[in-house]
Ligand binder design. Sequence first.
Ligand SMILES: NC(=O)c1ccc[n+]([C@@H]2O[C@H](COP(=O)([O-])OP(=O)(O)OC[C@H]3O[C@@H](n4cnc5c(N)ncnc54)[C@H](OP(=O)(O)O)[C@@H]3O)[C@@H](O)[C@H]2O)c1
Length: 399
Amino acid sequence: MDLIFKERTYMKAAICTSYGSPEVLQIQEILKPIPKDSEILVKIMASAVNSGDVRVRSLNVKGILKVIMRLVLGISKPRKPVLGTVFSGVVESIGSKVSKFKVGNKVFGMTGFSFGTHTEYIAINQNNNILEMPQNASFEDAASIVFGGQTALYYLSKSKIAYKKNAKVLILGATGSVGSAAVQIAKYYNAHVTAVCSADGEKMVSELGVTDVILYDKQDFSQHSGRFDIIFDAVGKYSKKQCRHLLNSSGVYVSVSIGYASENIKQLQQLKEMFEKLQIWSGLYLAVFFVIHVGAVMVGRVVLQLDTNFYFGAAGINAFPFNLFFIPYYTLAILSFFAHIASIHAQKMKIRILRITPSIQSFIIICIGTVVMMIVFYGLTNKFSGVSIPKEYQILIGK
Ligand SMILES: NC(=O)c1ccc[n+]([C@@H]2O[C@H](COP(=O)([O-])OP(=O)(O)OC[C@H]3O[C@@H](n4cnc5c(N)ncnc54)[C@H](OP(=O)(O)O)[C@@H]3O)[C@@H](O)[C@H]2O)c1
């Protein structure tokens, strides 16, 4: 016993010392867990504070629910003092009966009512709600998609979104953890999304690709003229009565205020696959875009001996003054290609190279990439016969 005690080490954790405002949270040292036979020990790299943590910490509920929550969670403070339900991290050690994970695996998951992720390490059974992280996800990406993602998947699967072709979906509260995940999942299923959010959230929602946005602080969404196949109240502030007239005859209403979203490994697997597919599609789109453009230039200039690319040539706009447009056009295309690569680099790169910060590295990628590509491009299409200013452009330098 003495030996075990001496071997135990400590870790930092955010401890909820009583119910109340965020100040009740204190960083304290607690014992680092030791994984049991079927458990893995995860070094937590990222976690998130979600609405569930806020509700438990503040006990911000009304009436009899407050009494029930105290009985369930703890009378004067949470019985499980380390809050946090989501995590991503690296497997540091495994129990003797663990077969699903190896040391060094990057994993993500959700502990639900067991809480305990606002700390440095967690010991968790290998069969719980935990999986290897999506490829290409950062630790922050992986930890932040779980809570809203699993909840949104639970409710949207109740609405049978996967079986409704091109469904029209209204998402109320589209900027929250649940709502923003619901927007992305609905779009994944090719739904047409209309989002309800505040004016402050408009930019974020449009970045998620939503074009139909109703600002609840400026407009009354219930006056909308459209009819929807699915209405998802992802904030729990709207009743079915308020929405009924916006549903079409077979429309479905689901709300976070009805029932409890139970999380399971199947949802986590789905989230992982969705995340990976979205990344692949975005990369594939960029690659196809680039190949088509390079192909059009090579066919136009090298094969057909035109002074332009194939599709400008085919459209008959390859002569002055239209050709003045080509160089800025391709400069912009190449620039946007490298801007895309550089922005991914800025997000994923965590270390300095030769003391250069990731954001400066990204800037260098844009500059060098664009200049090198333009030289290669120009050289290829002019058969490397030297770089000279095309005669139509000489008017720009006063010749
Ligand atoms: N049943 C379950 O199992 C379950 C699971 C998870 C969450 N929930 C519940 O679901 C709700 C949302 O959770 P969350 O984690 O997504 O919360 P969150 O991240 O805090 O987001 C709430 C969002 O709602 C928006 N909002 C506030 N009032 C609104 C209104 N009147 N109309 C439209 N949008 C409004 C807020 O944006 P603005 O401030 O810009 O308006 C905010 O973006 C919470 O009540 C939570 O308790 C239930």
